[in-house]
Design a protein around this ligand. Structure first.
Ligand code: ADP
Ligand code: MG
Length: 139
């Protein structure tokens, strides 16, 4: 199974790329695709279109376009659920000890990582950032 992960601008700015990728690799998630990019407002708005009506939408887009991100396809058994468990709760104050957000996130805006929340959304989000020939067989 595959899922989409984004290391958000705070993770890149704080040089936490390697430490966070290590969490994935040491927990059975392999990297099947990876790139760095700096999203513009249109791209971030389209990616987060599901949140367009939420009060935090403008803050979310502002933050996600504030610097470069690392976008990855992670592959492994139960990749969607496993990644969500490794990430921890959206609000780092509520994230379990030892999770990525508990260890690397500052607040609910700068919360270190994005992860797909369902297999269906994982497919949509992977297609949003990657073409087929950019994804390798990581198994
Ligand atoms: P998750 O990233 O855990 O899947 P959501 O999909 O609900 O969380 O929200 C997307 C992103 O929007 C979150 O990661 C967070 O950065 C931001 N966000 C969510 N809820 C809030 C909130 N109540 N206030 C501010 N930002 C929020
Ligand atoms: Mg989400």
């Amino acid at each position: 199974m595959q899922t989409l992960s984004i290391l958000k601008p705070d993770s890149v700015a704080k040089s936490n790329i390697g430490a966070i990728i290590s969490r994935f690799e040491s927990n059975g998630l392999s990297i099947a695709a990876m790139k760095m990019l700096h999203m513009d407002e249109a791209q971030a708005g389209e990616f987060y279109a599901i949140h367009r009506e939420r009060s935090f939408f403008n803050d979310l887009i502002h933050f996600m376009t504030s610097g470069p991100v690392v976008v990855m396809v992670l592959e492994g058994d139960n990749a969607v659920e496993k990644n969500r468990a490794l990430m921890g709760a959206t609000d780092p104050k509520k994230a379990e000890v030892g999770t990525i957000r508990a260890d690397f996130a500052d607040n609910i805006d700068a919360n270190a990582v994005h992860g797909s929340d369902s297999e269906e959304n994982a497919k949509i989000e992977i297609n949003f950032f990657f073409s087929k020939n950019e994804i390798v067989n990581a198994a």
